[in-house]
Design a protein around this ligand. Structure first.
Ligand code: HEM
Length: 644
């Protein structure tokens, strides 16, 4: 027997002793990893270092990193994990600015980054260095000019938002549907970017569920990220494709994604052959020459399409989803934003893209909200570079040739050392100076759009797109979160929501006679309120003003209504209530509104809804007519006004 053989016994004991000695030497890091002087090490397990922790927290990676910085009370630390090259992580703004800007040439996208990304992104702009990167940046930069922004991009965004309103939100409001907002935003940014970048109408917004391209693209991205924390990914991906054949493998997802990109370029070749002239991103790249001075081949064009889809779709869709999440959790901010929107955005501006583009530039609070969202939920939450040579950072950290660098905008945005004691609080006001101007932090402190020569090319495009969407949606709709959801991020290259975000309406505001004011004197559930609003609207709106009365039976009640210009004032009363007295009460209420606002119009109700509720409370109490003297009501309102 082997175990009784003294040679084997000796070898076994020697091996154990060797492991024990190594364990004692490398008691907090991966075996044979050097301790790095002057950099605090995040403690790990003997011999394997942080690998078990990385695996354990792979789904909360960004918070795991933040906790690491907090526990060590440091802004720069290092990690050692078996099978993963040495990483130095920082959230010090000066270090971030140094490596992305001041010593840009020393930090490239390294071999690990390239190997993990190449299947999905090829040698496209996100995965390229040196001359390969430069020609792509230069080619793309031509489309981001003011003329395109003013004359073309804004139009596309408004068109797509209008389509979204009529095909998704108006319908959802009427039918009281719950909608996944996150999914809608992905469709919106996909349709918008594919149209303005490649001239293709994808119509994802008109499609139920995900379009196949988007589904495959998302899965491929997720797999790509997981490669960064799994040193044996080539083996595990292979095993997965054999043991779980029902699961769409990376190669199958890549096939779907590749076919889409190749179809887009093929279509353009046909258009060009037919004499069509295009000046969008795709045409720019089809005319461009690569680092070797040659026209781009089909593989390079495929890489271009996919890199720009991830740049143009995911980041902005996620930023929009997190924005609405923050607004719904912070009604004070939503109200303040709505006030600014109502102040700047008239119906005319909404339908004049050039004017809209100009007006948006002045909307300080809307910008502040967007920047604040990107501080807490940066679309690229974690990023990596590779040091070509030794370097010393501003905080004194010694970097060695071959080190991988991590900087973590997610952890940085929530770090009290960087943003102060209220770092975790959503407070757009921090972006506004005392004189009311917008404040911009340094790129090192707020690297949401990166920094230095590789700063995001689409920064202005993304901001415009997001603000158009925010303005139109906040102005037109009031959303509410469906209760009981777990809204959290998914660890990926960007920051998607893991389970999406389901929203529901409580009030609709638009020009087609949707609700401007609602007061309930009986405790209805939210769902029921929405249903009632829809039913009342459908009952009243089509009635003939000349030949039909102002009373109509509704369920076991009666609706008494009166129309003033484009607005219907409706009261639901008991079947045996006196409808004429309520008809007069409506008119009395409108007279008070008229006297208070001076020739009241629909916009007065929108801008001053809180005053309108106060007036309503003076006229009706607990559903009964309370006061019929205009003077008494106006005097009380005058007092209330003075108290403000
Ligand atoms: C809220 C939206 C967006 C955010 C937060 C964002 C953020 C970023 C970040 C952090 C990078 C650096 C990535 C890296 O190389 O490691 C980047 C690069 C880039 N972004 Fe954006 N981005 C957004 C939207 C867009 C849009 C709409 C476009 C449109 C095409 C775009 C185009 C690009 C390009 C081309 C690069 C590569 C720049 C280079 O390497 O030279 N981005 N972006």
């Amino acid at each position: 027997m082997t175990t009784s053989n003294p040679i084997f016994q000796y070898m076994g004991s020697a091996a154990l002793a060797g492991v024990a000695v190594l364990g004692a030497i490398y008691n907090d890091r991966a075996v044979f990893d050097e301790r790095r002087k002057g950099i605090k090490t995040q403690p790990g397990w003997p011999l394997v270092g942080n690998l078990p922790l990385l695996i354990q927290y792979k789904d909360q990676m960004h918070d795991f990193l933040l906790a690491g910085f907090n526990e060590l009370d440091e802004m720069t630390l290092t990690m050692s994990a078996l099978g993963i090259p040495r990483h130095v992580a920082t959230l010090d703004p000066q270090n971030v600015e140094h490596l992305l800007k001041h010593n840009f040439e020393n930090y490239i996208k390294g071999p690990e980054f390239h190997a993990s990304m190449v299947d999905m992104f090829g040698n496209g702009i996100f995965n390229a260095n040196g001359e390969d990167w430069k020609y792509q940046r230069k080619t793309a930069s031509h489309i981001f000019n003011v003329k395109n922004f003013r004359d073309q991009f804004t139009d596309v965004f408004v068109e797509e938002i209008d389509f979204m309103s009529s095909h998704i939100w108006d319908k959802a409001a009427e039918e009281n549907q719950v909608v996944d907002f996150h999914e809608v935003m992905f469709k919106f940014t996909l349709d918008s970017f594919i149209l303005l970048g490649f001239g293709v109408h994808l119509h994802a917004q008109a499609t139920e569920g995900k379009v196949p391209f988007a589904a495959a693209f998302d899965e491929a991205q997720k797999t790509t990220f997981q490669r960064f924390v799994n040193p044996i990914w080539p083996i595990t991906e292979r095993i997965m494709s054999i043991t779980m054949p029902w699961k769409q493998s990376m190669s199958k997802n890549l096939n779907v994604v590749d076919s889409f990109a190749r179809e887009v370029t093929e279509k353009r070749r046909v258009q060009i052959a037919n004499g069509e002239v295009h000046k969008d991103l795709l045409s720019r790249f089809m005319d461009a020459r690569n680092a070797k001075g040659e026209l781009l081949n089909n593989d390079e064009l495929r890489d271009t399409v996919l890199n720009f889809v991830v740049a143009g779709r995911d980041t902005t869709a996620q930023a929009l989803s997190w924005t609405f999440y923050m607004l719904l959790c912070h009604p004070r901010v939503e109200e303040k934003l709505l006030n600014e929107i109502n102040q700047y955005i008239t119906d005319d501006v909404m339908h004049d893209s050039a004017a809209l583009y100009e007006v948006i530039k002045d909307m300080t609070y809307a910008h502040a909200v967007f920047y604040e969202v990107l501080r807490l939920y940066p679309s690229v939450p974690l990023n990596q570079k590779y040091a070509l040579n030794d370097d010393i950072w501003p905080d004194g950290t010694q970097i060695r040739k071959g080190d991988y660098i991590l900087w973590c905008p997610y952890a940085q945005g929530r770090s009290e050392k960087v943003w102060g004691a209220d770092a975790k609080v959503f407070r757009p006001e921090r972006w506004i100076k005392e004189n009311g101007d917008l404040k911009r932090e340094s790129q090192g402190q707020w690297p949401a759009f990166h920094a230095g020569p590789r700063v995001c090319l689409g920064q202005n495009l993304a901001t415009l797109e997001a603000l158009v969407a925010i303005i139109f949606l906040v102005k037109r709709y009031k959303f509410s979160l469906v209760a009981g959801q777990d809204i959290t991020y998914q660890v990926s290259l960007t920051l998607p929501m893991l389970n999406g975000m389901k929203l529901r309406f409580i009030l609709v505001q638009n020009r087609q006679g949707k609700t401007r004011l609602a007061k309930w004197y009986v405790p209805y559930e939210d769902e029921e309120k929405i249903k009632l609003k829809g039913e009342v609207h459908r009952l009243i709106a089509p009635r003939d003003q000349k030949h039909q009365s102002n009373f109509v039976e509704f369920r076991n009640y009666k609706i008494v209504y009166r129309r003033y210009a484009g607005l219907f004032f409706c009261v639901c009363v008991d079947a045996n209530d006196n409808e004429l007295s309520y008809l007069e009460a409506i008119h009395f209420f409108v007279e008070v509104l008229d006297a208070f606002f001076g020739n009241v119009c629909e916009l007065d109700l929108v801008f001053n809804f809180y005053k309108v509720y106060a007036i309503l409370d003076e006229v009706f109490l607990a559903g009964e007519i309370e006061e019929t003297s205009k003077n008494v009501v106006l005097t009380r309102l005058d007092h209330l006004d003075k108290l403000e």
